[in-house]
Design a protein around this ligand. Structure first.
Ligand code: NAD
Length: 358
């Protein structure tokens, strides 16, 4: 099959990690008989330098025509003093909104060879850890009305959800669960918040009517935060709102060790999605060739799975990452020390394992 992929390398380590991710994508295409037609476009600081704006129209148009979008990272000290709306990060918010992306998927998977990097006790993670946080991305207090009294002594942020917004994110979580172990934990604060009571009601209805075969349970957010560090293995898919998801996905991801390992997907109504590592442009190590490309390579796996519906290909990429780690290779952030491999060496190793004949 043939697919159109728009890539947005961005700033800092963005171009370095993207080069390795594209190597792996091309190798996956050769192995499974697909052609990926890749078009590189400007975003963030790189776009500001070239065109004066963080998200040129040409970039948006290209993304809208693609089957999927792969992003590196944006931002850096060079653009930090610009007004908020002209900064590189505005490009990122702009592209998410232009593509109508309302679901953020953040897997927190502990690769067996990296168990020692987790801050949790080994007995808690002896059977591994593989949690997917499905976070609603366009509602909640982030998009409600805001108020600050004239005397400055009172402030308010409105928390708002509609049935439609909850239904579509719930469906996304149940669909994800069907590809995994078939279990969803919906997290809310229904003992206190009206929006959470609506959330629980709608999630339960969507489950009962459309996904009765998926196992659904509900947890209050305070308990969920606790359970994630006490008994993380009980979770498969965590479905939650924007604010709770923001906090819980960071907590879940840190359980797995380095920020350089964590991919993400942002999805909308159709198959088009935006895939990116959760880390930023890491200006402190940009240009040194030492960045960990695995979060971006794992974002490629998510893209193969969720936008292109190529599950075998996605698993092959994830297995190749595991094999590279199993062989003992470590970038600096993974504790490689004096024997750390470079960004390029790690990319080559994953590509080698992907294309190796079994
Ligand atoms: P950061 O994630 O860029 O870096 C935090 C720390 O993690 C740094 O020490 C960095 O060297 C390290 N790190 C990050 N990714 C790594 C990788 N792949 N391999 C090895 N080490 C890695 O966060 P920050 O320093 O707060 O932000 C830097 C810039 O990135 C800022 O301009 C910020 O606005 C931007 N940012 C962009 C995104 C995005 O594009 N999605 C997300 C977060 C931050």
């Amino acid at each position: 099959m043939e697919f159109k992929i728009t890539v947005l390398p961005g700033d800092g380590i963005g171009p370095e990690i993207m080069a390795e991710a594209l190597k792996v994508l091309t190798a996956a295409g050769a192995k499974f008989g697909h052609k990926f037609r890749v078009k590189s476009c400007l975003i963030g600081g790189a776009a500001i330098d070239e065109t004066g704006e963080p998200l040129p129209k040409e970039t948006v148009d290209n993304c809208l025509r693609a089957d999927a979008v792969l992003l590196g990272a944006v931002g850096g000290p060079k653009w930090e003093n610009l007004p908020v709306k002209q900064r590189p990060e505005a490009g990122l918010l702009g592209i998410r909104s232009a593509l109508g992306l309302y679901a953020n998927l953040r897997p927190a998977r502990l690769f067996a060879p990296l168990k020692a990097a987790s801050p949790l006790k080994s007995e808690l993670i002896q059977d591994g850890l593989d949690v997917l946080v499905v976070r609603e991305l366009t509602g909640d207090v982030y998009f409600g009305r805001r108020f600050r009294s004239e005397d400055g002594n009172t402030a308010m942020d409105e928390m708002c959800y509609s049935v439609h917004e909850i239904e579509r994110i719930a469906r996304r979580a149940f669909e994800c669960a069907k590809l995994r172990s078939g279990k969803v934990t919906s997290v809310d604060k229904a003992n206190v918040l009206t929006t959470s009571r609506l959330w629980r009601e709608v999630v339960t209805r969507v489950h009962d009517e459309e996904y009765p075969d998926v196992q659904l349970s509900h947890l209050y957010v305070d308990n969920a935060a606790m359970q994630l560090v006490v008994n993380p293995a009980q979770f498969d898919v965590i479905l939650t709102s924007n604010l709770f998801g923001d906090i819980l996905s960071d907590e879940a991801s840190m359980i797995t060790g380095s920020i350089g390992m964590l991919p993400s997907a942002s999805l909308g109504a159709g198959p088009l999605g935006l895939y990116e590592p959760i880390h930023g442009s890491a200006p402190d190590i940009a240009g040194k060739g030492i960045a960990n490309p695995l979060a971006t390579i794992l974002s490629v796996a998510m893209m193969l799975r969720h936008s292109l519906r190529l599950e075998d290909e996605a698993r092959a990429v994830e297995d190749a990452v595991n094999a590279a780690l199993e062989s003992g290779l470590r970038t600096k952030d993974l504790g490689g020390g004096d024997r750390s491999v470079s960004c390029e060496e790690m990319g080559d190793a994953v590509m080698g394992h992907l294309t190796a004949k079994k």
